[in-house]
Ligand binder design. Structure first.
Ligand SMILES: [Zn+2]
Length: 477
């Protein structure tokens, strides 16, 4: 990926999952994925293996790849010995491992031992010691994450931790730095465990010229917004206007539960922010064919698709618009409550702390977040700009919202102009219900291209069947 100039996967798990999730199976086939199998989930037509080793041999016989280095141990000492010897070979293996799984071999015993809610009692991970090295701290900087969380990071004299050069390690939060009393020039022990970000474990020696005691900045180092403390953590209050939070915020804004702008995923947003095409969520509605075509991977057709998706996102339920703004502590559900209660952005923006706390399920934390958000003039400017770009939030319990009151819709087949999710949203916004199965109580079956068995069932039951055109006509009336 790096050679091709694309962004690399964060870790092997993401690489595998990302490859399997490809819509085009031909793309998946091109990726050199491989796996070791170790468990049969269910089988029919043959005797089930009575032990785990038998199970592995059976898998091998069937042609599945099975890792050959497993060992049947007679007792726990033997298992510990195996763990010790494998930990010494760890660096020579063709893949990264962080330990050994010890399992009960007999299937009957394993079944008797049973499982806890999330993990089996008959298998347990015996982890290797995290890899540790010693180095010195050259500087302590503060990083701003996607939620605005500030993380103190130690910049280190680069050190090799079993094949990986580590030059930064997290210090988690201000309390941790204080507790471990880590300062510039100190000699520290750092740790790297599997996929986890390297961390500073402890200070080993105090060098003569110690740096000053670390303290969190009072303004965001990136955007100069005020810093808010929440528990052990500090947050930049800049939200959408903080460049560090920008990529992630825009991605959130465009995501499915929010403005739902198809084709505007993390990668595209990242590329657009880097190119300076997107500096704020407002810029999404200023994109044009020319600016999109400058990006790698975009052609005339895909640029048109993106612009179409952006245009379509303008008409949006108020609840989703509130959620899209990325107000701290305001998830999809709370956004819906706020939309139902205030019924307009203006009224929400003007709400007092008391007004907010009055709503069931809005606690002091959420209320405080909302007040802080709307007290920020920059946020108001962004909202105004979005509205004047044509974003039109609608209230789901307005007059139109009773149009489909007590009506049930069922969808089948593929619609050309809507995703299922969009069509569902429209029906709900007009007061109707969407069901997944046909019954005599169904009011309308909306049938797209290549409808399923629901079509025949609807005919039998005498349910009204609408084409996509018919549906469009019905909702626009
Ligand atoms: Zn900031």
């Amino acid at each position: 990926m790096i050679e091709r100039g694309a962004s690399a996967f964060a870790n092997p798990r993401n690489a595998a999952a990302g490859s399997l999730r490809q819509l085009d199976s031909k793309v998946t086939a091109k990726r050199p994925l491989s796996f070791y199998s170790y468990e049969i989930m269910s089988m029919e037509g043959a005797a089930e293996p009575s032990s785990h080793t038998e199970e592995l041999e059976l898998l091998k016989k069937w042609g599945f790849k099975v890792y050959s280095r497993y060992r049947l141990c007679e007792d726990i000492e033997e298992a510990i010995d195996f763990h010790t010897s494998l930990s010494k070979e760890r660096d020579t293996l063709p893949f990264e491992i962080d330990g050994v799984v010890i399992k009960v071999n007999s299937k009957i015993l394993a079944e008797n031992v049973g499982s806890r809610s999330r993990s089996p009692r008959w298998a347990i991970a015996f982890k290797f010691k995290a890899r540790r090295e010693i180095t010195t701290v050259e500087d302590i900087v503060v990083q701003v994450g996607r939620t605005g969380k500030l993380t103190p990071v130690a910049l280190l004299n680069p050190v090799d931790v079993s094949g990986v050069t580590v030059s930064r390690a997290t210090l988690h939060n201000a309390d941790e730095v204080a507790k471990k009393d880590i300062r510039v020039h100190d000699t520290v022990r750092i740790e790297r465990a599997g996929d986890v970000i390297p961390a500073v474990v402890e200070r080993i020696t105090t060098n003569t010229a110690r740096g000053e005691v670390f303290s969190m900045p009072s303004r965001c180092p990136v955007c100069d917004s005020a810093i808010i403390k929440d528990g052990a953590y500090h947050f930049c209050s800049g939200g959408l206007s903080c460049p560090s939070q920008l990529k992630r915020s825009i991605t959130h804004f465009a995501s499915r539960g929010a403005m739902d702008i198809e084709y505007l995923g993390e990668k595209t947003v990242g590329a657009m922010v880097e190119r300076g095409i997107l500096n704020s969520v407002e810029d999404i509605y200023k994109l044009n064919n020319k600016s999109i075509l400058e990006l790698e991977g975009f052609a005339e057709k895909s640029a048109q698709n993106l612009l179409g998706a952006i245009e379509k996102s303008k008409t949006i339920p108020l609840a989703r618009f509130i959620f899209a703004l990325g107000i701290r502590n305001i998830g999809e559900h709370t956004a819906r409550l706020l939309s139902d209660h205030f019924e307009s952005m203006e009224r929400l923006a003007g709400a007092s702390y008391e007004d907010l706390i009055e709503i069931n399920a809005i606690g002091p934390e959420a209320a405080g977040s909302i007040i802080r958000f709307f007290a920020d003039k920059k946020k108001i400017k962004i909202i105004d700009s979005l509205l004047s770009s044509g974003v039109t939030p609608y209230i789901e319990n307005g007059a139109r919202s009773r149009k489909f009151k007590d009506m049930t819709f069922v969808f089948t087949g593929t619609l050309k102009e809507f995703t299922r999710e969009e069509a569902k949203d429209i029906v709900i916004s007009l007061g109707g219900r969407v069901s997944s199965s046909i019954s005599a109580k169904t009011d309308y079956l909306v049938a797209g291209e290549s409808p399923g068995s629901k079509y025949n069932k609807a005919q039998k039951l005498g349910v009204s069947i609408l084409s996509e055109e018919g549906f469009k006509e019905l909702i626009s009336k």
